[in-house]
Design a protein around this ligand. Structure first.
Ligand code: ADP
Length: 167
C-alpha cells in the first residue's frame, strides 16, 4: 500500500491545507495528516483540538487518517511504514525552508521521498497564522478555513479575549 504523510502544525487547518490533503488523497492509497507536537511553540489550539478539527473536516474522506506525533518525522514514518512526505508549496517563501527540510530528511533516511504540490492560486497567501490574526481582531474568516470549523475558531478566540480581560 502506498501511504503518504502530510505533516504540519495545522493550528488550525485552513482551506490551503485541505486543498493539499484532497489532492494527495487522490494520488495515494492512504494519507495520514500528521500533527506535529512542538513543545516550544504554544499554539492557539491544543494538539488534541487540532486533531479533532481535522477529523471533523476529513470525515467524508475514507482514505485520510489523522494522527499526532512528536520527535522526528522520519521515526514516525518508519513506525507506520510511510515512504512519502507531501508538502504544499506556497509563494516563493516556502521554498528555501522546505528544500532544506527535504534534504535533511533524505540524509536521515534515503528511502524517503518528499513530494511538493503547488498551492492553488487562491490559497497561495493563506496561512494558519494569518487566519489567527484576522480572527483575533474580529475579521471574517469565511473562505479561509473549512466552514464547519468556523464556530470552533470563533469560540476559541472569544475564550482568549474573555481570559485576557479578567483581572
Ligand atoms: P502554516 O504555515 O499555515 O502554519 P503548517 O506548518 O501547518 O502551515 O504547514 C503544513 C504544510 O502545509 C506545509 O507543507 C505548508 O507548506 C502547507 N501549507 C500551509 N498553508 C498552505 C496553503 N495555503 N496552501 C498550500 N499548502 C499549504
Amino acid at each position: 500500500m502506498n501511504i503518504a504523510i502530510c505533516p504540519g502544525s495545522f493550528d488550525p487547518i485552513t482551506n490551503g491545507h485541505l486543498d493539499i490533503i484532497n489532492r494527495s488523497a487522490r494520488i495515494f492509497d492512504e494519507l495520514i495528516v500528521g500533527v506535529l507536537v512542538n513543545p516550544e511553540k504554544k499554539g492557539l489550539f491544543s494538539i488534541d483540538e487540532r486533531v479533532k478539527l481535522i477529523k471533523k473536516v476529513v470525515k467524508n474522506m475514507p482514505n485520510v487518517k489523522v494522527a499526532s506525533f512528536s520527535g522526528l518525522l522520519i521515526d514516525f514514518m518508519k513506525e507506520r511504514n510511510i515512504k512519502v512526505i507531501v508538502k504544499g508549496l506556497r509563494a516563493v517563501s516556502d521554498f528555501e525552508y522546505e528544500f532544506q527540510m527535504s534534504l535533511m530528511n533524505k540524509k536521515l533516511d534515503p528511502n524517503i521521498e518528499t513530494v511538493f504540490m503547488m498551492a492553488s492560486a487562491m490559497n497561495s497567501f493563506l496561512s494558519s497564522s494569518s487566519v489567527k490574526q484576522v480572527a483575533m481582531f474580529g475579521g471574517c474568516i469565511e473562505g479561509l478555513v473549512p466552514e464547519e470549523i468556523i464556530p470552533d475558531i470563533t469560540q476559541k478566540v472569544s475564550e482568549i479575549h474573555k481570559n485576557s480581560n479578567e483581572p
